[in-house]
Write a protein of this length. Structure first.
Length: 171
């Protein structure tokens, strides 16, 4: 089920504060992100720079899923500039809890994969996800991602260690 009110678009510089606020908020909604509430590593100015550099990079993209003026989810592909590694994009995605299970995550991933297939550079997409995040693992597998490895004890949460899957998709 996809919410038809959701608009998918690339960010503008004026979205920077909203993006930072969104990430800082969703960091407190789930333990599956690499950061907690208010731990997002960028401020508004740094986010503006990231938006600009992402737009300028031919193999990187950020997609916002917008419900009116509210961000429902964000997906990114970040690719490096080094000749030996620029064919690989790193996928990141988060959908706010109240928008989950509506097809928004699937649509973001579909758009990110389509971008990578069409940019003439990306031949591999990689992502990391916690092993116990079964919903995410199933979602990524639905799009053809395969578990390529398991990193032991990468996340420490409330005194307990969690493993991380490295997943990849060859295009």
């Amino acid at each position: 089920m996809t919410d038809t009110n959701i608009i998918y678009r690339e960010p503008e510089l004026t979205d920077a504060k909203k993006i930072v606020d969104f990430y800082n908020f969703v960091g407190g909604e789930t333990t599956y992100l690499s950061f907690e509430k208010d731990e997002y590593p960028m401020d508004e100015e740094e986010q503006k720079n990231d938006i600009t550099s992402t737009k300028e990079h031919p193999a990187s993209i950020m997609i916002l899923a917008m419900d009116g003026d509210e961000i429902a989810g964000i997906g990114t592909i970040h690719s490096g500039n080094k000749i030996k590694a620029r064919h690989q994009g790193e996928l990141g995605i988060v959908v706010a809890k109240k928008y989950q299970a509506q097809g928004i995550g699937s649509e973001i991933i579909r758009k990110l994969i389509d971008f990578c297939k069409g940019n003439g550079i990306t031949t591999r997409i990689q992502l990391d996800t916690r092993k116990d995040n079964e919903v995410a693992v199933k979602l990524y597998e639905k799009f053809g991602f395969e578990i390529e490895g398991c990193l032991k004890n990468t996340t420490l949460l409330n005194g307990e260690y969690y493993d991380l899957y490295v997943m990849g998709l060859m295009l």
